[in-house]
Design a protein around this ligand. Structure first.
Ligand SMILES: [Zn+2]
Ligand SMILES: [Zn+2]
Ligand SMILES: [Zn+2]
Ligand SMILES: [Zn+2]
Ligand SMILES: [Zn+2]
Ligand SMILES: [Zn+2]
Length: 477
């Protein structure tokens, strides 16, 4: 029975574009109240042009509408009830861009899934996990006390050996003394304006002298492991480049001069990824890390080096070789030792990987980082993890430094004027500001131990061309 077909009655609907008419005012109001076409406030008898306007109106009239959601107009008795409703029903989409492949995600859990389940073409899952384990290990070591001391002991023999070594080049100079570190920082700053050094002149990560005995072969086995396991990264050419089967390479090493001490990790990646230009990104960040690290670890650059990870370019089992007992110590807090690096590698990969994760608030276990991230993002759950004061610290650990979070006022609540309303209890006109809702804004960050993927090379030519250039051994005589 569409009203428009009825004959005109004395009371016309107050909406201009509506032709309905009624016998009584009450019938007309009832029509407006129940019509989906009309945004009418029955309690206040006011017409609104849009649903948004009606919702806004309700939010600013606590006398008639209690605590009303200004997004949808739903009314609540308490501010907490209203906040909960907004959190559950009016989620704000995130804008999270993967630092590897630039894909965009609107939930933190979706980005996490992308990284954790190997969906990213640039950041392999194994690397993502590595960043998480790294965070975990660093926090264990930096708790202070015995863990760090023990760690220092484990590496002290190697450290001492490096200091004795006449040639200070090579790849494993993440362990530097404070004075050298000052140089490193200057160098990093300076690098941005330095002319590009021809890749061939950057040398190989080999120890020219008799000590330590095995590093070059170790390096090779690790590198080939990396290339086979991280097949998606285009480092196959690079791993060829460090195979020490080219006899000339070894003789080349001593001739290399080191005008400055190389920033160890940067050098590592330049060797493993010779096609890649050094990127500026680490510089700014490393300086901050550097400061933290100086204060906390007396010069050991553990913050931005995945020194413990057999999948990382930073990995060097020799660092954990006790030259007296000839055994390799596990870099983690377990006290296991191994006769050969391969056993140490296997031990780390088997025993120090993440298999499940626990929510520190409700103590539930989750099968994946993604599942725990979903748990964190769902504000409807009883768990209050995402409301904890140190949630951002937890998130940093959970995602291995890929995500940060900040509590912000919802954009649709930024404009929150004060209105005058009559207080039903006192009958007086009082100023009123509707409650403001906040939301958690996630943002993408770079892990402290992040190395730019090698494919950011910007010189001309196809990637294939570059690999070829890299693979050509430079004649040395
Ligand atoms: Zn109408
Ligand atoms: Zn109203
Ligand atoms: Zn609502
Ligand atoms: Zn990606
Ligand atoms: Zn271990
Ligand atoms: Zn929980």
């Amino acid at each position: 029975m569409p009203p428009s077909l009825d004959p005109v009655k004395p009371v016309k609907c107050t909406y201009k574009d509506c032709s309905a008419s009624f016998d009584t005012l009450k019938a007309m109001k009832s029509h407006k109240k129940h019509s989906d076409e009309h945004d009418y406030c029955y309690k206040c008898d006011e017409d609104f042009d849009s649903y948004d306007d009606l919702a806004q109106h309700k939010a600013f009239r606590p006398d008639n509408h209690g605590k009303a959601c200004r997004v949808c107009g739903e009314e609540y008795k308490s501010t907490s009830g209203l906040r909960r409703h907004i959190e559950l029903n009016h989620k704000i989409d995130q804008k999270l861009v993967c630092i590897g492949c630039n894909s965009e995600f609107y939930r933190a859990s979706l980005l996490t899934e992308h990284l954790e389940f190997n969906h990213c073409p640039k950041i392999p899952a194994i690397e993502f996990q590595g960043h998480i384990v790294h965070k975990y290990l660093i926090s264990e070591l930096l708790k202070g006390g015995s863990a760090l001391n023990r760690f220092q002991q484990k590496i002290s023999r190697y450290d001492a050996a490096i200091d004795d070594d006449e040639n200070e080049g090579g790849v494993e100079l993440n362990f530097v003394d404070p004075e050298e570190d000052a140089d490193v920082v200057r160098e990093v700053n300076f690098k941005a304006i330095e002319p590009e050094i021809p890749q061939e002149s950057l040398n190989l990560p080999q120890h020219p002298g008799p000590y330590p005995p095995l590093p070059s072969t170790r390096k090779v086995s690790v590198a080939s492991e990396i290339s086979s396991n991280l097949g998606r990264m285009s480092i196959s050419g690079a791993s060829d480049a460090i195979v020490p089967s080219t006899p000339g390479r070894k003789t080349e090493t001593p001739s290399v001069t080191h005008p400055n001490k190389p920033w160890g990790s940067g050098r590592t990646s330049s060797v493993l990824f010779p096609g890649a230009k050094s990127t500026q990104t680490p510089s700014e960040f490393s300086i901050k890390c550097h400061d933290d690290e100086m204060a906390l670890t007396y010069g050991i650059n553990i913050m931005n080096t995945r020194f413990w990870d057999p999948y990382s370019v930073d990995w060097n089992p020799e660092r954990f070789l006790d030259t007296v007992t000839q055994k390799y110590s596990c870099p983690f807090t377990c006290e296991q030792t191994f006769d050969i690096p391969n056993d140490l590698n296997r031990h780390i990969l088997e025993n120090h990987r993440i298999t499940r994760m626990k929510c520190p608030s409700c103590l539930k276990y989750f099968k994946s980082c993604t599942a725990l991230m979903c748990h964190c993002e769902s504000r409807g759950s009883k768990c209050q993890i995402n409301k904890a004061d140190d949630y951002s610290l937890f998130l940093d650990k959970l995602t291995g430094g890929f995500l940060a979070v900040e509590e912000k006022t919802r954009p649709d609540f930024l404009h929150n004027p004060t209105v005058k309303v009559s207080n039903p209890d006192t009958g007086r006109i009082e100023p009123y500001k509707p409650p403001v809702a906040s939301y958690l804004q996630y943002s993408v960050t770079k892990p402290a131990d992040w190395k730019e993927p090698p494919q950011t090379v910007s010189v001309g030519g196809t990637p294939d061309d570059q690999v070829e250039t890299v693979q050509k051994p430079k004649p040395l005589w």
